[in-house]
Design a binder for this molecule. Sequence first.
Ligand code: SAM
Length: 230
Amino acid sequence: MRFDIVTLFPAIFEGYMTQGLLGKAIQRELVQIHQHDLRDWAPQTTHKPVDDKPFGGGPGMLIQVEPTVNCVEAVEKKADQSARRILLTPQGKRFDQRMAEDFATSGRLMLLCGRYEGFDQRVTDILEPEEVSIGDFVLNGGEVAAMVIVDAVVRLLPGVLGDENSSIDDSFSRGNRLLEFPQYTRPREFRGHAVPDVLTSGDHKAIAAWREQQSLQRTKQRRSDLLRDE
Ligand code: SAM
């Protein structure tokens, strides 16, 4: 799968792309990430401006329409393929596991990261991206939001996880859309806290039933809204 990230701060992604599952997925060529510096599409003055004051007044600056549209169109033309365009904004549709699953089938995503007060409205009017938010709070820029989306999508791609089943049991996932059951590893006892007997019983049917019941109970206690969905 290919991700194109349009940003004013491409260096933010560098360390992140070499680490953990994502680093391995890139090494194994399951995932490609290309960052595109918006300033490369700015008017070629000494300053290379990409932002300006909002018409009508108000605080802050906006990212301009011209470099953004030119950048997206040039990147798509070079790849000879249009991408599914995602514009990161706190005003967008809330990102969740279902959306991650949908994105994971897309083949190619273009993520547009805003800064300052965001993008000129005409970026949305012309490029018609899907507008996506990672939650009801305001970040300084879209780069962290882009990383959240890349991270959640990459773990759903075939071959990325050692065991394909681990993403099925994950909280919110297509296995049951509930929270995952509690998990334990060695030692069997620590400061009087023992691992539940059923997990060391070797009885796989009983373990599966216990996990299902725990998953349901945890979801009822912490996120009853998930039981009302669907
Ligand atoms: N003035 C904008 C508003 O009130 O909607 C917020 C701009 S924010 C300071 C700058 C950029 O950070 C946005 O253009 C967007 O790309 C990104 N951003 C901030 N919060 C976000 C969120 N919750 N989800 C996705 N992107 C976000």
